[in-house]
Design a protein around this ligand. Structure first.
Ligand code: H2B
Ligand code: FE
Length: 317
């Protein structure tokens, strides 16, 4: 039996409504767990995501000075690191986002502006979400070139740490890459592959997603450069992944690098709370995409899903 999957972009409203369980409840080890003001603010932003319906304008948010300061702390620390370790595609797109979407140290960009910009570049759009979705629902959105994006900020007491996706991770790490055509196609492939897939296949695709969209590295000018959002939004791990220094006293392990191969990556175990012990290195973003496409075409699914961008629907044959 084939699992339910969205056929029309409007069906994403169901995906979101169905699975928002853990998202709006903070875990007890979250730095904002005991902060009443933080939690009340989270509820406000969560409400926007809950009320959102596909096709609407994403409401603009008046960010507080504290929130802007947290964003700015991350943004300014990342700027130097991006110059050294981000892939060329990211570095080319960032100035466009600064000019068109309000990316700046002292301003948190609005999701609708980024969504409009991405739509012109690759057809990708953003959709607000309250928190973590299941892998299946999250990946299904990519099949419609929709990226689910949280709008709250990490807790201001720990600006360089977040145990969950927040707006810094989404807008600094993910959003810029969706403006790149190869990366957009790559993400779309994973999304199409996830439609109606078995639970085991979803697990394998989510693992591929982890080692590419989140922690992917590629070779450029003979050096390792990051294209994964988990790296591009992480102050510590970006440097660690792209140019680690051999530990003198053994305080930090040295990562292992393997050529990007979705068949291998899909089977690899990974930690979620520490730096990655293994990174998969693609020759380029288009190489990453080609290999992902081979993997998808090899999957034993009973049908082939196709996306129709004008109608924003999926057909199967
Ligand atoms: N949900 C949300 N809201 N954002 C994510 O980045 C996310 C998710 N990532 N659910 C997914 C899971 C990812 O870890 C993979 C596909 O499981
Ligand atoms: Fe992410």
């Amino acid at each position: 039996k084939v699992a339910w999957f969205p056929r029309n972009i409007k069906d994403l409203d169901c995906s979101v409504a169905q699975t928002l369980d853990a998202g709006d409840e903070l875990e007890s080890d979250h730095p904002g767990f005991n902060d009443k003001v933080y939690r009340a603010r989270r509820d406000q932003l969560t409400d926007i995501a809950l009320k959102f319906r596909q096709g609407q304008e994403i409401p603009r948010i008046d960010y507080t000075p504290d929130e802007i300061k947290t964003w700015g702390t991350v943004y300014s620390r990342m700027q130097d690191l991006w110059a050294k370790h981000a892939c060329d595609e990211f570095k080319a797109i960032l100035p466009l986002l600064e000019n068109n979407c309000g990316y700046a140290v002292d301003n948190i960009p609005q999701a609708q502006d980024i969504s409009d910009f991405l739509k012109q570049c690759t057809g990708f759009t953003l959709r607000p979400v309250t928190g973590l979705l299941s892998s299946r629902d999250f990946l299904n959105g990519l099949a419609f070139r929709v990226f689910f994006s949280t709008q709250y900020l990490r807790h201001h007491t720990m600006p360089l740490y977040t145990p969950e996706p927040d707006i810094c991770h989404e807008l600094m790490g993910h959003a810029p890459m969706f403006a790149d055509p190869d990366f957009a196609d790559f993400s779309h492939e994973i999304g199409l592959a996830s439609l109606g897939a078995s639970d085991e296949e979803i697990e394998r695709l989510a693992t591929c997603y982890w080692f590419s969209v989140e922690f992917g590295v590629c070779m450029q000018h003979g050096e390792k450069k990051a294209y994964g959002a988990g790296l591009l939004s992480s102050f510590g791990e970006l440097e660690y992944a792209c140019s680690p220094t051999r530990p003198a006293g053994g305080e930090m392990a040295f990562p292992e690098y393997r050529p990007w191969d979705p068949y291998q990556a899909a089977k690899q175990k990974y930690p979620i709370t520490t730096y990655q012990p293994v990174y998969y290195v693609a020759e380029s973003l288009s190489d990453a995409k080609e290999r992902m496409r081979d993997f998808y075409e090899d999957m034993k699914k009973p049908f082939h899903a196709r996306y129709h961008p004008y109608q924003q629907t999926i057909s199967v044959d």
